[in-house]
Each structure stands twice: as C-alpha cells, then as structure tokens.
Design a protein around this ligand. Structure first.
Ligand code: ADP
Ligand code: ADP
Length: 238
C-alpha cells in the first residue's frame, strides 16, 4: 500500500469577495522510499497542495490517506501522530526556526513538544542529527542568524528530521540558495533519505532541480496534475 495517497482532492480559499479553486481534483500516490517530484510555475497550487496534505487548510472534497488511515477529516487528537510522522522543509528556513532560540533549544523543543521526556535521550538525538546534517556540534549554542543560508537550511532539515518522520515535504528547499549550495543541500537530502529511510514529496518550480532528485515527476498546472512520468521522460518546460 502507498505511504500517502490523495484521491480527487479539491481545495478552495474563500473570502467575502472571491473564491480561489487552488487544487482541482488532484490524485496521487507516493510509495514508501520514493522521492516524488512536483513541478509547476508559481501560482499553480503547489504550496496549497502541501498545506492540504499537512492538513493546514481544509479539503473541500476528496480523500487523504496516510499509511492506510483516512485523515481527510481527522481531528486534532488523531492528527497528533501524523504531525510528527510528516514534516516539512520550506524555502525560508525561518518558517520552522524560532530566531530567538539557539539551535539546541529549537531541536530540543521539537522533542519536548512531541513527548520525548528524557533529557538525556533528547541530548543524544540533538547531537546525532546535528552531525547527520553536517554541522559542527558547537552549532547548538548559536542562533540561526549566525549561520549562512545553506547552513540555516541544514538546521531546518535537522528540525524536521529530529522527529524521525517517515514523509518529508520539501517545499522549494533550495530555491533561495546559490546554485553551488543548492547541489550540496540536494545531495545532503539524498544521503539523509537513505540513512533514515525517508520518503519525499519534493516541490519546486525548477524542473532541473526536481529531475536531479526525484524518482518520478508530476507536473502541475492551474491546480491540476497534467503529466506524470519518470524523471527522464518529463520535458515540459514549467
Ligand atoms: P504555488 O505554490 O504553486 O506558487 P499557491 O498554492 O501558493 O501556488 O497558490 C495557488 C493559488 O491560490 C494562486 O492563485 C494563489 O493566488 C491562491 N492563494 C494562495 N494562498 C491563498 C490564500 N491564503 N488566500 C487566497 N488565495 C490564495
Ligand atoms: P515555537 O515557535 O512555539 O517554539 P515551533 O515553531 O517549533 O514552536 O512549532 C510550532 C508548530 O509547528 C508545532 O506544532 C510544530 O510541530 C510545527 N512545526 C514546526 N516545524 C515544523 C516542520 N518542519 N514540519 C512540520 N511541522 C512543523
């Protein structure tokens, strides 16, 4: 069975003045261990799709299934384990990093929120993940702003992976970085995927980036998936 499946999912934004139909009947299935790429130009609905999967916006119709469990209308309690098992990495690392905390506090706090009570177990996991993302151990004492853009993204990756998720939604994770740093972060993500048995939904407006990392690529246009293929067979210019 797939790790994640979406069946004919629709998502709307509603305000007093207008309604936006941002996701228009998307179906997809993501296998365990797969990196599924999602490419499409700005405004086509990629972020809305990731927010829909994270259950940060409500699905108007359709079905969301994770590891065999229908979570389309799951309440806060049912979503709690899901919100550990699925993590996100964003274009702007600050989306998941509190600038007022040190890196150590950020990582430790994530474990506290998710009920890791033993201080010693938390410290071990913080040290291990900092090392896994290629940062020196002393990084834990510093604040995110003391790091370069690429290093800051490594911290955000550590913040996502310290919770030992199964699925990581990478939403434009290298788009704000210099090209040379992009390759480093992509290779790091590929290494971490193997080391921690992860699955990725990898979202980008940049087809070259998606083709580099993904096993399979979906092309999104105006709220719909218009093409799916293996990473070599997609030639659509987004
Ligand atoms: P992408 O991530 O591909 O750039 P988005 O999912 O951000 O696309 O946007 C899809 C559509 O939904 C766009 O038309 C955008 O203007 C609209 N949209 C995004 N967020 C909101 C929101 N909070 N309220 C209303 N419309 C939104
Ligand atoms: P605070 O700013 O209060 O210290 P956080 O910013 O660490 O808290 O987390 C706020 C909420 O966002 C929490 O529910 C946390 O689980 C969630 N969250 C933070 N980072 C991520 C991420 N990378 N992926 C998914 N959820 C996240």
């Amino acid at each position: 069975a797939p790790l994640l499946s979406l069946i004919d999912v629709h998502t709307h934004y509603r305000s007093n003045t207008r309604q936006v139909h941002a996701v228009q009947g998307v179906s997809l299935s993501l296998a365990r261990g797969e990196t599924l790429g999602l490419v499409g130009e700005s405004g086509c609905g990629k972020s809305t799709l990731s927010r829909t999967i994270m259950r940060l916006v409500d699905t108007s119709s359709g079905k969301l299934v994770f590891d065999g469990e229908d979570i389309t209308h799951a309440g806060t309690r049912q979503l709690r384990p899901y919100r550990r098992r699925v993590q996100m990495i964003f274009q702007d690392p600050y989306s998941s990093l509190n600038p007022r905390q040190t890196v150590g506090q950020i990582l430790d706090n994530a474990l506290v929120i998710h009920g890791v009570d033993s201080r010693r177990a938390r410290m071990e996991r913080v040290t291990r993940i900092i090392d896994a993302v290629g940062l020196p151990t002393r990084s834990v004492e510093r604040h995110p702003h003391a790091f370069s853009g690429g290093q800051r993204q490594r911290i955000a990756i550590a913040r996502a992976l310290i919770l030992q998720p199964e699925l990581v939604i990478c939403d434009e994770p290298v788009s704000a970085l210099d090209v040379s740093i992009q390759a480093q972060i992509l290779n790091l993500l590929a290494d971490l995927k193997a080391e921690f048995s992860l699955s990725y939904l990898f979202i980008s407006h940049d087809l070259a980036v998606v083709q580099y990392i993904a096993d399979r690529v979906m092309v999104m246009q105006a709220g719909k998936i218009v093409e799916t293929g293996d990473h070599t067979s997609i030639w659509t210019t987004p």
